[in-house]
Design a protein around this ligand. Structure first.
Ligand SMILES: N[C@@H](CCC(=O)N[C@@H](CS)C(=O)NCC(=O)O)C(=O)O
Length: 300
């Protein structure tokens, strides 16, 4: 049992007998962290013309779904046309009542499928990927063993990424103070995960075998971005270049046309030509990225 009676707490701090929410926790997301669920305001979500309505943001969890939708469209599944609306989690949009009706857990991505009666609500990126793969019969292997491997790695990602994002990323990049114990503990775990991936990808082209699948789409936005040095400015610290098979796999996936489009959807930061904050039509990638919208607004 944990011994909280000894002097192993920083000066001036000892946990209360019962934790109470009496102050913000500090750190980058302090303004949106709360110990209670549910909506904080009445906000109706917008509704576009397609059956699939995505409400999201281009974080790694959001990118999984926009990459999948763009891959489905690239493969000719016209039914995967979608409207993507921005949920700005920094502004607390995830606590609006309309969003909470889709995802009681108040986290992006969330989606509605209006092609069913009644419409189907979807949350959790792994559930959304699996739903779309089954709906369109695509990016999920048919073969028993390959399909099971795809599920193994899809669920591996869902269980592992919180150690990368909520653990390593939080303490290395976002926490208001750098705590050596926490950074060491999660750097150790994330390097172990990268090694798991590297050893696997030394033997196979994609996570589930020779076929690119939803397992790759789930893992790439987190561990691919990390291997490419794009997450938490931690490339050197974690020596990501040494995971050569992960880097090669990440580069190969990044070069796919659908992936190049998917990463732009619901992106609201960085280079303006890379931001397609809302997506309603394939032509939006040409016509409605933020640089084009700003230029049109200046000319008007
Ligand atoms: N397990 C969830 C995690 C989703 C998640 O953590 N989303 C983050 C952004 S990457 C979020 O919406 N955070 C807002 C908040 O915590 O209030 C999934 O894979 O969909």
């Amino acid at each position: 049992m944990t011994d909280n009676t000894k002097d192993n707490f920083p000066a001036g701090y000892k946990p209360a007998d019962v934790w109470v929410w009496d102050k913000a926790s500090g750190g980058k997301f302090a303004n949106i962290n709360r110990p209670i669920s549910g909506p904080t305001s009445e906000v109706e979500l917008p509704r576009g013309k397609h059956d699939l309505q995505l409400h999201s943001l281009a974080t790694p969890n959001g990118v999984k779904v926009t990459v999948m939708l763009e891959e489905l469209l690239e493969a000719g599944h016209a039914g995967a046309e979608y409207d993507a609306y921005l949920i700005n989690i920094g502004d607390g949009d995830q606590f609006g009542s309309g969003f909470v009706d889709i995802n009681p857990n108040s986290k992006i991505p969330a989606m509605m499928d209006h092609s069913t009666t009644p419409p189907t609500r979807l949350f959790e990126s792994g559930s959304i990927l699996l739903y779309l793969a089954q709906k369109f019969g695509a990016f999920i292997p048919q073969d028993h063993h390959a399909k099971t491997e795809c599920m193994n790695w899809l669920f591996w990602q869902m269980g592992s990424a919180p150690y990368l994002g909520g653990g390593f990323g939080h303490f290395y990049a976002y926490a208001p103070m750098k705590i050596e114990y926490c950074i060491d503990r999660f750097a150790m775990e994330v390097k172990r995960q990268l090694d798991v991936l590297d050893k696997h990808l030394a033997k196979t082209d994609y996570m589930a075998g020779d076929e690119y699948s939803i397992a790759d789409m789930a893992i790439w936005p987190w561990y691919g971005a990390l291997a490419q040095g794009k997450l938490y400015s931690a490339g050197e610290f974690l020596d990501v270049a040494s995971y050569k098979h992960v880097v090669a796999w990440a580069d190969k996936i990044a070069a796919r046309p659908a992936v190049k489009r998917g990463v732009k959807v619901n992106r609201a930061w960085g280079e303006e030509s890379m931001q397609l904050r809302e997506r309603h039509d394939a032509s939006d990638f040409e016509l409605r990225t933020q640089d084009k919208l700003e230029a049109a607004a200046k000319d008007a």
